[in-house]
Design a protein around this ligand. Structure first.
Ligand SMILES: [Zn+2]
Length: 455
């Protein structure tokens, strides 16, 4: 057993809540709206004393509250503490420490798959001219590193992708609110292409993008867009892997100036999608599944959950699911099918698909090579301006952004300490220590140094 396994196994000794799933009645608290704790005192002794407050006016929620960490997209659950405006963590620190340890294990697995790559260099080297720091967010009670080089890879990096996706999700959610306030309707359209047994996923991805352009940008496409009152859209690419191989599909949030029903819009859009697919060498999408349009409520639900799927698969895996997502592939490759962090339902899907750890890694690489460099999320021209949003930040810029909440500086690491931590794979262990017993950080770093010298 290597060190990564040990760290994870240890971190998993306490299972999360009853099912690990969010209660249906959960209210989602915006991280920003979660108020803030006084940032005056450094939490060097008992970090558990600081809790996020639910609302500035001190009102109590009636049930559990979900708080999404803006830094990593991790979901944490809080519940009323009995004191006005104060919430206590529902499942405690161990839960998110597990998630973090898993993500680092996935990162190390990726390092072995892509040695020397941008992803390999991510969270390994210091940004030149910057200090490498260990910080603790006072609002979220979570430790994080500042000053590491980031790869900004939304398709391939288990450390950067959740952060990028979560920040984009928050922006999209706000944009939908603005669109509605301006009197527009927002619907969710889903576009799929037929499964081609054994087809090359990179080819399908390119054909699908071509089909979109050749359909919606054609003369007929432009007429249709005008007819349905389309003012703009936000397009998201998602990929699953099932018995017919990789299956990329598009979810598109439509901002419409219309009084028509989703069904009418679907009927008008289907021939355009069909035409685009035919012009791009794809088989005809089915009338039943090629284009689906859902109402505003479904659109809002989709955005609320988007990107959290990889996080939630453990607790929320739907019964009867027959496909896995790329993060499932990397997770199984990194941890092994028998690891207790792999839900039994997910294990069943992998077994049914005949994917073992080694093949999961190879499939993840195939997926990553097909999608790297492409955009996961795309705003149509003019939509951001219509909704009063500034120019979009790049994935790299978002990945490098620091949390804007108050944070305590717990340690500044030397290059030698960084080297020790990377070599011994103790980076997530250091973050957990920073959350549980920050006073022990110097001792921990000294012990690593000693270990490295004696090895
Ligand atoms: Zn990265």
């Amino acid at each position: 057993m290597n060190k990564a396994d040990t760290a994870i196994t240890q971190a998993h000794h306490t299972p999360p809540g009853p099912s690990g799933a969010a209660p249906k009645t959960c209210r989602r608290a915006r991280a920003q709206a979660a108020g803030g704790v006084s940032s005056g005192a450094l939490p060097l002794v008992d970090t558990q004393e600081l809790r996020p407050s639910y609302s500035p006016n001190g009102s109590q929620p009636s049930g559990p509250v979900e708080v999404i960490d803006p830094e990593t997209g991790e979901v944490r659950y809080f519940e009323p503490s009995g004191k006005p405006g104060i919430l206590t963590p529902k499942y405690g620190q161990i839960d998110h420490q597990n998630t973090r340890a898993e993500r680092w294990a996935m990162k190390w697995a990726l390092d072995a798959l892509l040695p020397g790559s941008r992803q390999f260099k991510c969270h390994r080297y210091r940004i030149p001219g910057k200090d490498l720091e260990v910080k603790l967010s006072l609002e979220h009670q979570k430790a994080f590193f500042a000053g590491f080089e980031c790869c900004g890879s939304v398709w391939g990096c288990p450390l950067c992708a959740p952060k990028i996706t979560e920040r984009r999700r928050v922006e999209v959610e706000a944009a939908i609110g603005t669109a509605k306030a301006l009197g527009f309707k927002v619907m969710l359209a889903t576009f799929t292409v037929p499964h081609g047994m054994g087809s090359d996923v990179e080819v399908i991805r390119k054909q699908m993008m071509q089909a979109w352009r050749r359909g919606t940008d054609s003369r007929a496409g432009k007429q249709m867009r005008k007819m349905v009152g389309l003012r703009g859209y936000i397009r998201v690419i998602e990929v699953t892997y099932g018995e017919n191989g990789f299956h990329p599909h598009m979810h598109v949030l439509l901002v419409l100036d219309t009084s028509w029903s989703p069904e009418i819009i679907r009927r008008l859009w289907y021939p355009i999608w069909l035409d685009g697919c035919r012009k791009s060498g794809l088989e005809d999408p089915s009338e039943a599944h090629g284009v689906r349009v859902d109402d505003g409520e479904r659109a809002a639900q989709y955005v609320t959950k988007w990107g959290l799927d990889s996080e939630l698969t453990k607790g929320h895996l739907k019964k009867g699911r027959k496909s896995v997502n790329p993060w499932d592939l990397l997770r199984v490759h990194a941890l092994g099918l028998d690891h207790n962090a792999i839900a039994p339902e997910l294990r069943e899907v992998f077994t049914a698909l005949g994917i073992d750890e080694k093949r999961a890694g190879a499939l993840f690489l195939t997926f990553f090579r097909a999608f790297k460099g492409s955009r996961q999320l795309y705003w149509s021209n003019g939509l951001r301006a219509l909704l009063g949003l500034k120019k979009e930040k790049s994935d790299q810029e978002v990945a490098e952004e620091e949390m804007d909440t108050a944070a305590a500086l717990l340690a500044t690491l030397t290059d030698e300490q960084r080297f020790d931590l990377v070599r011994t794979r103790q980076l997530p262990a250091l973050l957990s220590l920073a959350e549980d017993s920050p006073g022990l950080i110097p001792e921990f770093l000294a012990s690593l140094q000693k270990k490295n010298r004696t090895q």
